[in-house]
Design a protein around this ligand. Structure first.
Ligand SMILES: C[S@@+](CC[C@H](N)C(=O)[O-])C[C@H]1O[C@@H](n2cnc3c(N)ncnc32)[C@H](O)[C@@H]1O
Length: 397
């Protein structure tokens, strides 16, 4: 199989990762803890969720009354439209229903609605979901699902990984609130970072950067190491895990209002073990900011711009810091563009490149040992990992 086909196959497989009930519960409870009425009177749309297997639908249906929801709508994508074919079989629940249609079960998506006590048992829960086939295949971009999006107040799901950018744009263009799962790498996307900078999107309260376990269709090939890690977390069988998935949301939670406890610059240089051997913080050559290689090394008394690791966003409190830019994608923020450079890799191999412009740089007096560096004219540089450029809103010291 050609390489591009392999990548395509992997992507299709990653689109069928099913979120665990416990992960949904932990995250949504954080919003409820911060504001018990956050979902009250709201219509929630789960646009990539078949309740026959989606824990999102189960979770919100079970908590319909506790959250005070007005309406829950859950739609699923037709088996024949999915990129990953996994030997689809309709469930007994569907086959035994008078609505069952052998053609539509593969060609059409389904919609499940919950808004009142249909069973007459005095409560609204998962048993009151009513369903029918959609007109189309349930593609979130179709006019049919766009109509449901426009009716909803909040969109919640784990969308297909391969369509994350399109999915987020689809929510943003409609101005809806959201809670969705994505990959940490998305932080640097041009569709995502400007929203983070403007406090229109932030990381969720749980799971960021930790292993998250996902169900996979029966019999899906899973790397042995991922299977074992999932098993260690208590999920044995058709499960895998991802180490870099996270929640992206526009719903507020308490974690983003906890101030980060920090030391002064002097205290960090004296006591922070991670800065051992340093006499001062380094300054970038291509942006007026200091390099802060660890979030816990952010000085509480520095008034200028600081470059911090992307993982800082898990601790970001918008009352404490302002986000100015991001290196790597830069979005035009770099103060200098270098001419083509010579890259010298750790093993001494030399090549002509232009990638020094892709990140924040530190100028050195001499070539470093055992580390990739760059030569521009007579100058030596190293490039640091992607950094978020931040500033204190108000100095606390
Ligand atoms: C990552 S899975 C997550 C499923 C579910 N939300 C969950 O978390 O368990 C994404 C789902 O979206 C479906 N999907 C793929 N493309 C879609 C599209 N264009 N419109 C709607 N759903 C789609 C996939 O078939 C898959 O079932």
């Amino acid at each position: 199989m050609a390489n591009s086909n392999l990548t395509e196959a992997k992507r299709a497989k990653n689109d069928e990762f099913y979120t665990q009930y416990h992960d949904i519960e932990k995250e949504i409870n954080a919003y409820i803890e911060y504001n018990p009425d956050v979902f009250r009177g709201k219509t929630i749309l789960l646009p990539c969720d078949d309740p026959e297997w989606s824990n999102f639908t189960r979770f919100f249906a079970q908590n319909f009354e506790r959250f005070g929801l007005k309406k829950l709508i859950s739609t699923s994508y037709a088996a024949n439209s999915k990129k990953y074919k996994s030997g689809y079989q309709p469930s007994l629940f569907e086959v035994n229903d008078p609505q069952y249609d052998a053609y539509k079960t593969k060609k059409n998506g389904k919609i499940f609605i919950l808004d009142h006590d249909r069973s007459g048992d005095g409560k609204i829960d998962v048993d009151d979901l009513e369903w029918h086939y959609l007109e189309g295949d349930g593609d979130f971009k179709s006019a049919e699902i766009c109509g449901l999006r426009d009716e909803a107040d909040i969109i919640i799901t784990n969308p297909p990984f391969s369509l994350f950018r399109e999915f987020l744009a689809w929510i943003i263009e409609a101005g809806k609130q959201f809670v969705i799962i994505g990959n940490m790498n998305a932080i640097t996307y041009k569709e995502v970072f400007p929203l983070i900078k403007d406090n229109k999107l932030w990381l969720g309260a749980t799971g960021n950067g930790n292993d998250m376990v996902f169900g996979v269709p029966k019999g899906t090939e899973v790397a042995e190491s991922d299977r074992q890690k999932a098993a260690r977390l208590g999920y044995v069988g058709d499960y895998t895990r991802l180490g870099n998935s996270c929640w992206f949301t526009s719903v507020d939670h308490g974690k983003r209002h906890q101030p980060l406890a920090l030391m002064s610059m002097e205290e960090n240089l004296k006591f922070n073990k991670k800065l051992k051997g340093k006499e001062s913080y380094d300054c970038y050559d291509n942006y007026d900011a200091i390099e802060v290689p660890f979030t816990d090394a952010i000085p509480n008394d520095y008034d200028g711009v600081m470059g911090v690791p992307i993982s800082f966003l898990d601790k970001y409190n918008p009352d404490q810091f302002q986000i100015l830019a991001i290196t790597k994608t830069w979005f035009g923020a770099a103060s200098k563009i270098y001419p083509p450079q010579i890259q010298v890799s750790a093993n001494g191999k030399r090549s002509d490149v232009t990638k020094l412009n892709d990140g924040a740089t530190l100028k050195l007096d001499r070539p470093p040992n055992g580390q990739t560096y760059y030569i521009v004219g007579n100058d030596y540089f190293i490039q640091v990992y992607a950094r978020v450029l931040i500033k204190h809103k108000k100095l606390t010291k």
